[in-house]
Design a protein around this ligand. Sequence first.
Ligand code: HEC
Ligand code: HEC
Length: 483
Amino acid sequence: MASNFTGHFTRKRRDGKADRSNRPGLIRCVFLLALTASTGRAFAQSEPIAVLSADISGFGQPLPAVAANPGDRAVFQAGQRLFATPLSIPVLGPLFNNRTCVACHFQPTMGGSGEFISEIHTRADTTGLPVHTFAVDNMLRAGPQSQAGATIFSHGLAAVPLGCEISDPDCTLSPCQEAEARLKNFSPDLPICDPTSASFAAGRNCSAQRQSTNLFGLGLVEATDDKTLTDLAANQPSAIRGTPRLLDEFGRRRVARFGWKDDGATLRAFADLATANELGLTTPDLPQENTTCADGLTQFGVVLDTGEEPEDRPDASGRAMVDRIVDFMRELAPPPQLKLNDTARRGEQLFGQIGCAGCHVPTLETAANPSQFIPPTTGGVPISTTLNHALAHQTFHPFSDFLLHNMGSLGDGISSGTAGPDMMRTAPLWGVRSKVRLLHDGRADNLREAITLHDGQGRDSAQQFNALSPADQAALISYLNTL
Ligand code: HEC
Ligand code: HEC
């Protein structure tokens, strides 16, 4: 079974060839655990578990005020459960990347990032959406699944793995996947986008993979006033000045802050995108299915897509599944920072001195009354007064300005609204010690590499890092390992 997972770990090198070499055992095991948890199936563990260098206890807890309030805590738990509940057809898909949120947000625990880099954006994509790696017909077409001679899924439903990934060169595409590949002009041989390259200037197609991000503390980010972010930009030195991305969401002009390219200003809007793009679930806000490839089709006696939209609707309490998942994310506490020893304290100083803190802004404060701009659920329920209180006037430490920066060759080559090919949101560094791969496509294996790959507006700072003594470089890294 393990060999079927190689598709998940295929990454492209900068020359565009697939790289299947030596993936760390830890990563593989963690992903298998996540998938196993979501499908309830056991697997034989065959690889040694590596040891992470940093203390990663205490991630994934609710905000303390939420934990202390039985009503808000129950809302958190209900959302947490749905975050990890696998969807099945007909609501899942027809095109999807995985079956649960947690399948990609599990590192180091539920709500975290993921080593699993499945989302692929292509420059040639006319829809602006990522390539969907799986499809329901792909999942089902294998027919009955058997294990040790016994039939375990008579219809092939809920097969593990879900089927082959569209991005795997060995995958024989199903009809839905073929439709997707045609639409997105996707080929596994596309080179990685480099917006500073000659081939990019010549307009050639390319693709950018996507590492998932941590969701810890995002309620505080959502509760931050637009003006706080635009003021940050106004006060940055021009050499590193960020660009706020403005979006219209739920009838308001807002400053975006979520996703690698600032694709959302509110958790409700981003969760809509995630359910639509990752799970293929239609919601009251996005009731349109991405494709009609499976409409009215039945395979192995199973209806692939009933065509009844939206698939997710608010219940009597005014919450749809997507709303409950938003509740969970909104109430997640930031990762706990570790105590600084003398070396890390030296690193903290350097972080300010060599300009990292100019973009990776250590401290922000939430608005006085976030309920003024946090949207209600799809059924019209506003956030509770106790949660509003818990989110108001909070000082927090995201290590980001949430603005877009020109990152030169580190850009992903993809345009998303006003976020141009070389523009990326400053990656928040809270919780970075728990990540196993870094940067938008996971191209960096460690912190040092991630820093030295900074280009464009980040290049000066990276060069200052390179010029530090080995001891000072180590001090800076050890500081990052406390975040
Ligand atoms: C197949 C993998 C995958 C699945 C499944 C998935 N995500 Fe994600 N998630 C990603 C990736 C990749 C990104 C970064 C996307 C980007 O910005 O381009 C991301 C980013 C996010 C962000 C933005 C966080 C930030 O740093 O601003 C939120 C919020 C989010 N996901 C929520 C969800 C929710 C809710 C679900 C389930 C409905 C979900 N995700 C399912 C891969 C996944
Ligand atoms: C001009 C703004 C800017 C400056 C200055 C800057 N960064 Fe970044 N940083 C970014 C952006 C934007 C990203 C995301 C880039 C990407 O993935 O394409 C990033 C990503 C990172 C990451 C990877 C995080 C992750 O989750 O993958 C680390 C680590 C990091 N920066 C550390 C530093 C350090 C240390 C310094 C100082 C030497 C620094 N940065 C200076 C903007 C900046």
